[in-house]
Design a protein around this ligand. Structure first.
Ligand SMILES: Nc1ncnc2c1ncn2[C@@H]1O[C@H](COP(=O)(O)OP(=O)(O)OP(=O)(O)O)[C@@H](O)[C@H]1O
Ligand SMILES: [Mg+2]
Length: 333
């Protein structure tokens, strides 16, 4: 088998659903032995991209290689190199977690003792040891998610695709999942995960691709991406909407950063690295006779990364219920 330093090399991947270009020319390069995060809002094309890389969906354009093997021409080889979560359907709801994992292990060709050992080891690792004997039908959503990941790791593959591994998990379980993912990489696997959470990509990923409307709109380390939005962001709402352009000019002049005006043209957002300068800005605004109804300093959210990188925000209906909008409550002003 040809070795390759690249676990994933995708170039110009395209997937059409009718006339919807769900994936519209995606390039990705994932170094073997790293965690790569694909960050994007609902409908950005994350799952569709993963499904093409995992040979579950045929690309309509472009090509992709997994450890040097073409996903369409060598799909059999590729399948032996990857694991995908989300595919795992429990064998039997009335069987226990242990029994389910043992059956999966046996199906993958492990001997009986080996299968038992592996099941116990994985349940321990995923904090499910206590629940091991309980039937699956009594498992919570989070427990199922962990069992799902455990099942996909029975034969720890060189490349693991995790599609939103922590969406909907409570913070503690989320942290456990992060630890597990880190451990997988320490023990030699490569992980490609998708997420809607900037902080998750930040915590885990060596490199991040921001994807929007089927395209990669930015790529870099978490630090590089954050630098583009600032460590925190300033939100200003002038009392009189007619002042917005003037206010924006002052923001850019005093803070020396690019700013943006929200879609409804009532609010200015700008990256803020130097909190001291905000005082200068407030003085400048007052001297210009511009009154504010709102001023807050917030952590950059996915919305802001998008606003900054793409020039448009995450549409409200798509952002609803995601971390991106939930985190907006951290205002301090
Ligand atoms: N099987 C399908 N048939 C038709 N359209 C699809 C299909 N799968 C996805 N799409 C469309 O393709 C686009 C991308 O969807 P995809 O599931 O890849 O997004 P995503 O980034 O994974 O979103 P989410 O964060 O909600 O999981 C969306 O417009 C979606 O409606
Ligand atoms: Mg998805």
């Amino acid at each position: 088998m040809r070795q390759s330093e690249w676990a994933v090399e995708a170039s110009g991947l395209v997937k059409l659903f009718g006339d919807n270009r769900a994936v519209d020319g995606v390039d990705l390069k994932v170094h073997a032995g790293t965690i790569y995060g694909v960050l994007g809002p609902n409908g950005a094309g994350k799952t569709t991209t993963i499904r093409m890389l995992a040979t579950l969906l045929r690309p309509d354009g472009g090509s992709a290689r997994i450890f040097g093997h073409d996903v369409t021409k060598e799909s059999q080889v590729v399948r032996q190199l990857i694991g995908v979560t989300g595919q795992y359907a429990s064998v039997d709801e009335s069987l226990s977690a242990t029994e389910n994992l043992v059956i999966f292990s046996r199906l993958l060709g492990l001997g009986r003792a080996e299968a038992k050992r592996k099941a116990a080891e994985l349940l321990e690792e995923f904090g499910l040891a206590e629940a091991a004997k309980r039937p699956l039908k009594n498992f919570s959503g989070g427990m199922r998610r962990r069992l799902d990941l455990a099942a996909s790791l029975i034969a720890q593959p060189p490349l693991i695709f995790l599609d939103e591994p922590t969406t909907g998990l409570d913070p503690r379980t989320r942290n456990q999942m992060w630890d597990t993912i880190r451990r997988l990489v320490k023990t030699g696997s490569t992980v490609l995960l998708t997420t809607q959470y900037l902080d998750e990509a930040d915590q885990l990923a060596d490199k991040i691709a921001v994807i929007d409307r089927g395209r990669v709109v930015a790529e870099g380390t978490a630090d590089e991406l954050k630098a583009s939005v600032g460590t925190s962001s300033l939100h200003l709402r002038p009392q009189n909407a007619r002042d917005i352009e003037r206010a924006r000019q002052l923001v850019e002049r005093v803070l020396q950063v690019p700013s943006s005006i929200t879609a409804e043209a009532t609010k200015i957002t700008a990256p803020m690295d130097d909190a001291d300068r905000v005082t200068d800005l407030l003085i400048a605004l007052r001297e210009a006779g511009i009154h504010l109804t709102e001023m807050s300093v917030q952590k950059p959210t996915l919305d802001e990364v998008f606003l900054t990188i793409t020039g448009h925000g995450v549409p409200e209906d798509e952002a609803a219920g995601t971390n991106g909008s939930a985190k907006k409550k951290e205002a301090v002003g």
